[in-house]
Ligand binder design. Structure first.
Ligand code: F6R
Length: 240
């Protein structure tokens, strides 16, 4: 496991962006795993910029997002489908047929999760997974206690995750309490994992994740079991 510390959140995002772009240049058919949330937004902004300056193409890339709220309309601005369109997909050349996000409106969530897992396997697994980390140590929506062997499935969101995401829903609007998320076992199979964590609010989650042995109370500590992991932190998150 490698830990890289950059002075600022912006510099950390640039570093993560550069790793991703370099990987796709080397392997244009890269299968990417992608997160949503606040942390990766500057990475996506840089990818869009790199695409505009013709340094980066997603023409042959396949993407799998980590998660989607269950029961939320895909056009709802807080859905991860809408987020990905806004942040990245509307501005780059990745064909729609090569982009995957769990369908949060699937009638049968278990079937949708099984189908998603099968699609990842059919694509040959994830080559490069970009991850964020929750303040409670979650990765994807694998909340504390999630089995390290878990696969894509319907999950219940914890009160702390609901509180963190509440600002994205209008007052009085029903916030989904479940999501379809890649499992920890699915994530661990990625051939390369880059975790981007910035800001003091993530410092404790990162510190606990780096502690051995891995324990299910800290989902991101499972990353000790993955083959090639880099944590990219800013100084605020690293506590220096
Ligand atoms: C989102 C996801 C989550 C986030 C985490 C951090 O797809 O998988 O695990 O990465 O909640 O979110 P931010 O970056 O908003 O702090």
């Amino acid at each position: 496991m490698e830990i890289v510390v950059r002075p600022t959140a912006e510099a950390a995002a640039t570093y993560a962006h550069d790793l991703l772009v370099e990987h796709v240049r080397r392997q244009p058919t890269t299968v990417l795993g992608l997160p949503t949330g606040a942390t990766p937004l500057p990475v996506y902004a840089r990818l869009v910029q790199s695409h505009r300056t013709a340094l980066f193409s997603m023409q042959s890339v396949t993407t799998f997002n980590l998660d989607e709220y269950y029961g939320l309309g895909l056009k709802h601005p807080a859905s991860y489908t809408a987020y990905m369109s806004r942040a990245l997909f509307d501005h780059v050349d990745c064909p729609a047929s090569q982009r995957h996000i769990p369908n949060g409106l699937a009638a049968d969530a278990q079937q949708e999760a099984a189908d998603y897992e099968a699609l990842i396997a059919a694509a040959g697994g994830i080559d490069f997974m970009l991850l964020g980390i929750g303040r409670n140590g979650h990765i994807g929506f694998n909340e504390p206690g999630s089995d390290f062997a878990s696969r894509t499935r319907l999950v219940d969101l914890t009160p702390s995750t609901l509180a963190a995401n509440a600002p994205f829903f209008a007052d009085g609007e029903t916030q989904p309490k479940q999501a379809i998320s890649m499992g920890i076992g699915t994530i661990l199979q990625a051939r390369r994992i880059v975790v981007l964590a910035t800001g003091a609010s993530k410092a404790e989650a990162v510190r606990q994740s780096l502690e051995k042995p891995a324990k299910t109370a800290v989902p991101a500590s499972a990353l000790h079991l993955a083959r090639d992991v880099t944590f990219v932190l800013d100084q605020a998150c690293a506590g220096i």
